[in-house]
Design a protein around this ligand. Structure first.
Ligand code: ADE
Length: 263
């Protein structure tokens, strides 16, 4: 028998689409964002020294929850500075390592985001991203410009967003918490309602390795408001993180027993 044709459009095969989802990987950049979920799903830390390369601070929490093999991957603390390894570099590395090690059926990249009130975002809103793109990779040469933007779709979950009543909007990613005027122009061009520091990097890797990925982000700060971003972010982080934990628990509860095509 001839081998099946390759997945030229990078879509999942129809077999995979219709079988129950079994393994999920949740990628979260900050420990504060991860811990409510580790508790909600009663996960334990993986102590296998062979899971990730020696010396990396990457952490896997795992366990069985409602018939799902649930994994939370946190890039850990910077070895020198002791702060969470936020941003696109760590996010892409842990996404790659987690896919290689765990072969997930679905990735959920979750965390906090800045929101644009002009586009309808408010503090505490939870968004599922329809598309993700970068806003700080400016390469003004034809076609390289598009490569820099790196636009990718989030895995489409129309039934889930309807049932759980989440907002849907575009996400723009960059390696800074603040926003320069050039970033702002690119975010507007991306038509984004929220901005984060990991989403498009996770999407780049999961698209390369053909793993469906959804993005669930909760708004901690209003980017086009009057408060300084870092102040507003820190002020709202713990409350919004609790709301995010509830939202992601609802997502995982919804996914349990379903196939990708049910979402
Ligand atoms: N995470 C939370 N708020 C953010 C912002 N304003 N920009 C990028 N990432 C964020």
């Amino acid at each position: 028998m001839a081998p099946p044709p390759p997945n030229e459009d990078n879509s999942i095969s129809s077999n995979d689409e219709h079988r129950p989802i079994s393994t999920i990987v949740i990628i979260i950049a900050m420990q504060t964002e991860a811990l409510p979920l580790v508790n909600a799903f009663q996960l334990t830390e993986d102590t296998n020294p062979l899971l990730f390369p020696k010396g990396t601070p990457w952490v896997r929490y795992h366990g069985s929850y409602k018939a799902l093999n649930v994994n939370i991957i946190w890039p850990g603390k910077d070895a020198v500075l002791g702060v969470d390894s936020v941003g696109t570099v760590s996010a892409s590395l842990v996404t790659y390592a987690a896919i290689q090690a765990l072969k997930p059926d679905l990735i959920i990249n979750t965390g906090t985001a800045g929101g644009f009130k002009a586009k309808g975002a408010a503090i505490g809103d939870v968004y599922v991203a329809s598309e993700v793109a970068f806003h700080d990779r400016r390469i003004p040469i034809p076609v390289f410009d598009l490569y820099g933007v790196g636009l990718r779709k989030g895995f489409s979950t129309p039934n889930l967003v309807k049932e759980l009543d989440f907002k849907v909007g575009k996400l723009s990613t960059g390696d800074s918490l603040d926003m320069t005027p050039q970033d702002e122009a690119s975010i507007l061009a991306n038509d984004a309602v929220i901005k984060d520091m990991e989403g498009a990097a996770v999407a780049y890797v999961s698209h390369l390795l053909n793993v469906p990925t959804m993005f669930v982000k909760a708004v901690t700060d209003i980017v086009d408001g009057d408060k300084p971003t870092s102040e507003e972010f820190l002020q709202n982080l713990s409350a919004v993180t609790i709301a995010l934990g509830k939202a992601v628990t609802q997502v995982v509860d919804y996914i349990s027993g379903k196939s990708l095509s049910d979402l």
